[in-house]
Design a protein around this ligand. Structure first.
Ligand code: P6P
Length: 337
């Protein structure tokens, strides 16, 4: 993407001049986003060098979800928390890797940030794609006092910004501030993020379905029947669909954003409430996909209408092209979700 005289547009230029797509972003939020961009570049660089700097593998601990903590999980969390501290505008943060709410600039911070420092960290040691996902919302309480930790439990509809980094062959940065979804790529020669898609829209229908079919025996009847539907031959609807699943939802959903289709993580016996986390995975990815014209539901309602009651709450998620989500919902109706 470039402007009329073919000049490449950097993130800094886009956020400064292209107000029509980022009307809700003030100087304080711009400064916060710039610090988050620095963290994304740093996480990407550290991840890329992990095999030669001995940072692959686990650190020996298990997090509150029972997941083995990867060394890079903790380093990425440190990078994000440092960025939020530098920005000075964040009162509290929620990280997948920390059980409790993280207090930062409690007195004067205007924003709350929930983030997954490395989404798909199981992919790190096999050099497959991972990402960082973040969600920014405003504190409800007045600046000057200590905020109530309950304030982090807001619905996805009150997010002001959501974004992700995708650490793949290129470093991709996608974000929305509520006026469209915009995609940037890091130009490693200059260290700047260059706009490649402004107001990106997801196809209304796609032929990719993304789900860990290993759990199919414990899926609900509705989900099982939908998978069979995806696998049936029907040229008129592009079936059988393509099955694509890499173990990092940020990568699977990025593919679906560009090509269309659906990502599903349903309830299973192992994860009866679903596996994907509301505050720092479901909500930001749902904001992003809805801004691109797609849908994101938990099987019963929009993800972003769900009132979370725990900072690490999990949820089933059906997210992607509108037609694909509506079709899976028709299979879930009147059946066990
Ligand atoms: P499974 C990563 O841990 C994550 O939260 C998502 O990014 C990913 O889609 C999912 O879990 C993978 O889970 O059970 O298929 O390994």
């Amino acid at each position: 993407m470039s402007d009329e005289n073919n000049k490449r547009i950097t993130f800094e230029e886009f956020i400064k001049t292209d107000q029509k797509h980022i009307s809700g972003v003030d100087n304080e939020l711009t400064a916060l986003l710039k610090e988050i961009l620095l963290a994304g570049k740093s996480i990407s660089s550290i991840s890329g060098r992990a095999p030669i700097s001995g940072l692959t593998g686990t650190d020996g601990s298990v997090n509150q979800h029972g997941d083995k903590v990867k060394k890079l999980d903790l380093i990425a969390e440190e990078e994000m928390v440092s960025a939020l501290r530098r920005a000075t505008s964040v009162c509290m943060a929620v990280s997948e890797e920390t059980e409790e709410v993280i207090h930062l600039n409690s007195e004067n911070g205007n924003y709350i940030v929930s983030f997954d420092p490395i989404d798909g960290s199981a992919n790190i040691d096999t050099n497959l794609s991972t990402g960082t996902i973040f969600s920014i919302s405003k504190r409800q309480s007045k600046i000057g006092g200590k905020p109530d930790e309950e304030e982090v439990l807001q619905t996805g509809d009150v997010q002001v910004v959501a974004g992700y980094f995708l650490y793949g062959p290129a470093l991709v940065f996608c974000f929305t501030a509520g006026s469209g979804l915009h995609q940037f790529i890091l130009d490693s020669d200059t260290g700047t993020f260059i706009l490649v898609r402004e107001n990106c829209k997801i196809p209304g229908h796609g032929t990719v379905y993304s789900i860990n079919e290993g759990g199919v025996e414990t899926f609900s009847a509705g989900v099982k029947n939908y998978i069979r539907y995806c696998q049936e031959g029907d040229p008129a609807t592009g079936r059988p669909y393509l099955s694509r699943y890499c173990g990092a939802m940020v990568a699977d959903i990025h593919r679906i954003l560009l090509e269309g289709g659906i990502f599903i993580y349903p309830r299973t016996d192992e994860f009866p409430s679903g596996k994907v986390r509301m505050l720092y995975e479901c909500n930001p990815m749902s904001f992003i996909i809805e801004e691109a014209g797609g849908m994101s539901v938990n099987g019963r309602k929009r993800i972003m209408e769900v009132e979370p009651d725990d900072i690490h709450q999990q949820s089933p998620i059906f997210i992607g092209s509108t037609q694909n989500v509506k079709t899976v919902l028709s299979f879930l109706e009147n059946q066990d979700q």
